[in-house]
Design a protein around this ligand. Structure first.
Ligand code: GDP
Ligand code: IMO
Ligand code: MG
Length: 423
């Protein structure tokens, strides 16, 4: 049976958590394949809002097996907090939660290094979430990282001390100390807690489940424009956020993958630094921010807002082999007379392109827009897709023509029920 993969097509926060929650009932397994506590996935149902960072978004469905894959970087302290919150809300997560023994551990010293590295960048900060993501993936690729399975080894404490000593020399290079003493007791007690969970070779678990005919939904984090290879480098995260990351981050072969759900807002946002061609610095951008409550789920930072960027979306669709698009937060544009769509970028010499140039060029290019009429209707009140306003249908058809991929879901509110299935 298949693996379907859900990925963000923009710069993250597209609404992935909500859609995993909507689709989850038709799956047996939900698996996270990369990223870590930099993610913040929001799910809203029964009047309650839940924000998950490392726990897969299938956790609220008792029949679903939830897997934290080997591609993830896991902070035990954040993980324990998340699970405690779920316990407080009466969610029984224990039975169906598996964690890869090969996932990398985020240590307090990784978090300290993230901050030190950002401060050292001066005016060219990445805008990292400061959760230790970059330094942990650096250790993984440098083959010096600690993995979840290592916490079961008798010499884990020595391995931890050796890693911290190494990190201290890196901090010294910037004339800084790690200053992590106050966090270490909490880290070790969270590690103790982690030891009690189902630490597993999840690549075997997932492939066995596939053989038994189970359906897997791979839950992406971040967005394709934050991908380490194809995003707006260096203003990206440190992992493969695209579909290919699901293979390496779960141990699943590509031929198992069938559907690829591409999640996009009806407009565009970005949090952190880096190029964003359609960003609006005016009242319209502010109106989107307020209507969409565009403040980060992980850091609370205001998100940068702008119009939808079709060259960037088409690029993400190409990289991921997207088979259907889910258009999120359409209701946020309810009040607008006009909706703009970026179709090209213009170089300073007047040339036009509909391809994504390298980030240096991207910073100096002007977006070229087509203007479409707004729908001026309260979409949240609509429950039958046949009654969508004509202007929204035209907007969707415009996107489908440009992107050559069908839009199969339109989301019109944060709640799981505010979801219109088009095809
Ligand atoms: P993720 O990281 O992709 O899971 O997205 P986030 O949870 O970080 O951000 C999406 C935000 O938009 C959350 O606050 C969601 O509750 C909210 N949201 C999701 N879908 C919709 C929608 O269709 N309309 C509105 N108004 N809000 C939505
Ligand atoms: P979800 O899964 C939005 C951004 C950060 C920063 C850059 C690098 O909720 O969509 P990092 O901490 O990874 O080193 O930060 O990437 N970023 C996100 N932006 N949504 C996310 O996750 C993000 N995860 C990282 O803001 O610009
Ligand atoms: Mg988010």
């Amino acid at each position: 049976m298949p693996v379907d993969v859900l990925v963000g097509l923009q710069w993250g926060d597209e609404g992935k958590g909500k859609i995993v929650d909507v689709l989850a009932p038709t799956y047996d397994v939900v698996a996270r394949f990369q990223g870590g506590p930099n993610a913040g996935h929001t799910l809203t149902f029964d009047g309650i809002k839940h924000v998950l960072h490392q726990v897969p978004s299938g956790i609220f469905h008792p029949h679903i097996i939830n897997v934290v894959g080997n591609g993830v970087v896991l902070d035990p302290v954040v993980f324990r907090q998340e699970l405690q919150k779920l316990t407080d809300r009466g969610i029984d997560w224990e039975k169906n939660l598996y964690i890869s023994r090969k996932a990398q551990l985020i240590l307090p010293s990784h978090r300290a290094l993230d901050r030190i590295n950002e401060e050292a960048r001066g005016g060219s900060k990445i805008g990292s979430t400061l959760k230790g993501i970059g330094p942990t993936y650096q250790d993984k690729i440098g083959r010096t990282g600690l993995r979840v399975g290592d916490i079961l080894l008798p010499d884990f404490d020595q391995r931890y001390q050796a890693a911290v000593a190494r990190h201290a020399t890196l901090a010294e290079f910037h004339g800084r100390g790690l200053e992590i003493e106050e966090f270490e007791a909490d880290f070790f007690s969270a590690v103790e807690f982690l030891r009690t969970l189902k630490l597993t070779d999840t690549e075997y678990l997932l492939n066995d489940l596939l053989k038994q005919g189970k359906n897997i939904l791979a839950e992406g984090a971040q967005g394709s424009m934050l991908d380490i290879d194809f995003g707006t480098y260096p203003y990206v995260t440190s992992s493969s956020t695209i579909v290919a990351g699901a293979c390496t981050g779960l141990g699943i072969a590509p031929q198992h993958i069938q559907k690829v759900y591409g999640i996009s807002k009806a407009y565009c946002t970005r949090v952190g630094s880096g190029p964003f061609p359609t960003e609006l610095h005016d009242q319209v951008g502010e109106q989107i921010r307020q209507a969409g409550r565009e403040f980060g789920s992980t850091t609370g930072r205001p998100r940068r807002c702008g119009w939808i960027d079709l060259p960037a979306l088409r690029y993400s669709i190409m990289l991921n082999g997207v088979t259907e698009i889910h258009l999120m937060k359409a209701d946020v544009l309810d009040e607008f007379d006009e909706i703009r769509v970026c179709t090209h970028y213009q170089f300073s010499d007047g040339r036009l392109t509909d391809q994504l140039p390298d980030h240096g060029d991207l910073e100096n290019m002007q977006p070229v827009y087509v203007s479409l009429p707004g729908w001026k209707t309260t979409l949240q009140a609509i429950s039958d897709p046949a009654t969508l306003p004509a202007a929204l249908t035209s907007y969707i058809e415009y996107l489908e023509r440009y992107l050559s991929v069908p839009v199969s879901i339109v989301s019109v509110g944060p709640d799981r029920k505010s979801t219109l299935h088009l095809k």
